[in-house]
Structure formats: structure tokens, C-alpha cells
Design a protein around this ligand. Structure first.
Ligand SMILES: Nc1ncnc2c1ncn2[C@@H]1O[C@H](COP(=O)(O)OP(=O)(O)O)[C@@H](O)[C@H]1O
Ligand SMILES: [Mg+2]
Length: 359
């Protein structure tokens, strides 16, 4: 699958952009603050309808404008002409001119995996970052998962609001508990299955990048020990004290270890970066395996952070995606340009919100 065309209007610092991309490896070159990351953000937005910078759509609108437009032509087994218009008052999404009303119905027309410096949060950050990683991947691969997650979150919110009251209506609490358990149990099963499939991909990916025999592992550690309903019932007394739901998938952890030691505490900076990249490579491999073609890789400022050895391990993995009729977009400044990059590259210069082909 690849993104054959990208059209932006009033998107960040792009007033107007109309550009066509072949499959393959695209390098976006430019000084700082020219729009390289914004361009990756636009591709990601077309895939997920949100920013990987974790901001709302309002911030994406070019300063002093009222709306943005992002459009793309995704070519793969199917052809999808995606058009997304967004203003505070109105949002419109169409695929091949068919209006899409629910976000949950959309995901899948374009698939991307982002590599960015914030990925270090996967290793160093709170459990929430790792849950989000699993949830995004499940959303990209399991129909119905997003709906399930929304239902769970909604039940949790209602249940917690009720627990804040001095004397909660017990019948109502029961009904929220039932919904929480029904949806939560399915989330747990899905996360279990995913982690099992990701583990071998991560071990392998880590070894290739690090060229060291360290054993990188992920282990799913659900907050529910045996039975969700039973665990909830057991936590009732504590719940009353803390006035919030204390067990459930919203408290799951994904443990990352290197040779059996927790990565966040024991790994070196280089090992942590490698781990974060191995997680993302595993995401790409897994998506490629399920859908039969690799996702688009969006690589932002990652190369400059790696030492030569790790770069040499990572570049072949990335290039492989670029060759297999897939597509890679990678940002670089002149300073962090990886000298190892040669071969069939498409080079683009990004300069103050304009994109042009280089040589
Ligand atoms: N909503 C916006 N409207 C206009 N310009 C924006 C908006 N958001 C960010 N920018 C501008 O985009 C530029 C940063 O682009 P970015 O893609 O992050 O740069 P880089 O090329 O370093 O990756 C900055 O000049 C910033 O002021
Ligand atoms: Mg940038």
C-alpha cells in the first residue's frame, strides 16, 4: 500500500500542498521548523484521524484560519480517495466520495506506523503509553475493538462518577459493573492474544537492530488476576475508600524486560531506544502480516539519535519496506543525515511549508 497523492489546505504551515509520491523510500530534508514533521503528521492523520503529537484538530488549522483540509489517494488492493475537512463547527470525511459518519467505520483505508522521539515513552513512560500502543494496534487489526474500548471507557467513567457519591445507587452500580465486565473481559483476551503474537517479532527485531544477544521481552500483566467480576467484588471495600474503580484493563501493564531486568530501570539509553524501535518495527511487521502489505512507515528524527551500529541494523529493516512496494517517509536535517543511505531514494526539500523534489 502507498500514498500516491497528498493534498493539504491550511494544514499547520502548509497553506497549499499538492504532491504525488511513488512507492519507495522518501527522504524529507530541510532545516528546523520547515514543515517536515507536519507532513508526516498529515499522513498519519489521514490514517487515524488524529495527530501523533497528541493534540486536538483545532491546533492543526493554520494560524488565523478556520478549517483545514487533508486529502490523500491510497493505493493498494483497493483504491481509496480520502478527503477530510475539519473546522470547529463542521467535519466531513469521505472515502471515494462516500460520507463516513463514524470514526470506527473508517480505520483501515490507510495504515501507518510512526517512529518518533516520543517513542521513548513506550519504555520510560507510564503504563498508559504502553496500553495505548496495544490499543492502537488492536484498533488497526481487529474490527469491533474500538467500539469495545469506547464502551468500556464509558462504563468506567459512569461507574467512577457513581463511586464518587456518598451513597451510590447500588442497582445502577451493578448495571455499570456488568457492562464493565462484559467489555473488559474481551479487551483482556484481545490484548493477551496480541502480546503473544508480538513477542517473537520484538525479540527478533531487537536483535537485528542491537546486534547483541540481549533478550528483549514483553509480558502482558493484566490488572485482573483471575476473574474480573470476582476481583471487582473483592475490591469493593477499597473502592469505597478510594471512590474509583481499582481493577480492570484500564490498569493493565505491559512489562518490558531485557535479559529479565525491567528495561525502564536497567537499560542504557541506547538499549531503551532500540527497544522502542523494536516495538514499532514489530507493529509494522504484524500489520504487514495481517494485511498482506506493509504499512507506511513515518520516521521522524529518529536516525540522529542512534549510534552507527544501531543505525546500520535498522536501515535494512526500513529499506525492506520501501522495496516491497511499500512506502517510507523519513525526515532528516543536513546534520543528522545517515551517510549509509544510498540507492533508490526520492529526495524532497521542505522549506517554509513548500515541498519540492531535490535533484
Ligand atoms: N497551526 C499552525 N499554523 C501555522 N504554522 C504552524 C502551525 N503549527 C505549527 N506551525 C509551524 O510549523 C513549523 C514547524 O513545523 P515542523 O514540521 O514541526 O518542523 P520540522 O521541519 O522541524 O519538522 C513551525 O514554523 C511552526 O510555527
Ligand atoms: Mg520535526
Amino acid at each position: 500500500m502507498h500514498l500516491a497523492k497528498l493534498k493539504l489546505r491550511d494544514f499547520r504551515n502548509f497553506r497549499r500542498l499538492d504532491v504525488a509520491f511513488e512507492p519507495g523510500f522518501h527522504v524529507l530534508l530541510g532545516r528546523n521548523a520547515q514543515g517536515k514533521t507536519n507532513l508526516l503528521e498529515a499522513v498519519y492523520l489521514l490514517a487515524t484521524l488524529r495527530s501523533f503529537r497528541g493534540v486536538g484538530n483545532a491546533q492543526i488549522i493554520r494560524h488565523e484560519q478556520r478549517a483545514f483540509f487533508a486529502g490523500g489517494l491510497a493505493l493498494g488492493q483497493a483504491e481509496s480517495d480520502i478527503r477530510y475537512y475539519w473546522s470547529a463547527a463542521q467535519r466531513k470525511l469521505t472515502v471515494n466520495e462516500k460520507p463516513i459518519r463514524r470514526v470506527a467505520d473508517y480505520l483501515g483505508a490507510l495504515r501507518t506506523v510512526v517512529f518518533c522521539t516520543e517513542d521513548s515513552l513506550l519504555v520510560n513512560g507510564p503504563a498508559k503509553s504502553r496500553r495505548r500502543f496495544l490499543d492502537l494496534l488492536l484498533t488497526q487489526t481487529r474490527p469491533g475493538y474500538l467500539d469495545l474500548l469506547h464502551r468500556y471507557t464509558e462504563a468506567l467513567r459512569s461507574r467512577n462518577a457513581l463511586l464518587k457519591r456518598d451513597s451510590p445507587d447500588l442497582a445502577l452500580l451493578d448495571s455499570f459493573t456488568r457492562e464493565l465486565v462484559a467489555t473488559g473481559e474481551k479487551l483482556i483476551v484481545a490484548r493477551h492474544q496480541l502480546v503473544k503474537k508480538l513477542l517473537p517479532l520484538i525479540r527478533l527485531g531487537y536483535r537485528k537492530i542491537a546486534a547483541k544477544p540481549e533478550d528483549a521481552r514483553i509480558d502482558y500483566a493484566p490488572s485482573v488476576r483471575e476473574d474480573f467480576a470476582v476481583d471487582l467484588a473483592k475490591s469493593r471495600a477499597r473502592e469505597q475508600r478510594y471512590r474509583t474503580t481499582l481493577v480492570g484493563p484500564h490498569r493493565d501493564e505491559l512489562k518490558l524486560t531485557l535479559d529479565g531486568q525491567p528495561a525502564a530501570q536497567y537499560a542504557s539509553e541506547g538499549q531503551k531506544r532500540t527497544f522502542a524501535i523494536a516495538l514499532k518495527m514489530a507493529q509494522a511487521d504484524y500489520l504487514g502480516g495481517i494485511h498482506g502489505s506493509p504499512p507506511i512507515l513515518l520516521i521522524d528524527d529518529v536516525m540522529g539519535e542512534l549510534d552507527a551500529g544501531r543505525r546500520a541494523g535498522l536501515l535494512p529493516l526500513i529499506s525492506r519496506v520501501g522495496q516491497a512496494l511499500g512506502q517510507v517517509f523519513m525526515t532528516c536535517t543536513e546534520e543528522n543525515w545517515p551517510g549509509e543511505l544510498t540507492g533508490n531514494l526520492h529526495r524532497w526539500q521542505v522549506d517554509q511549508g513548500a515541498v519540492s523534489r531535490k535533484q
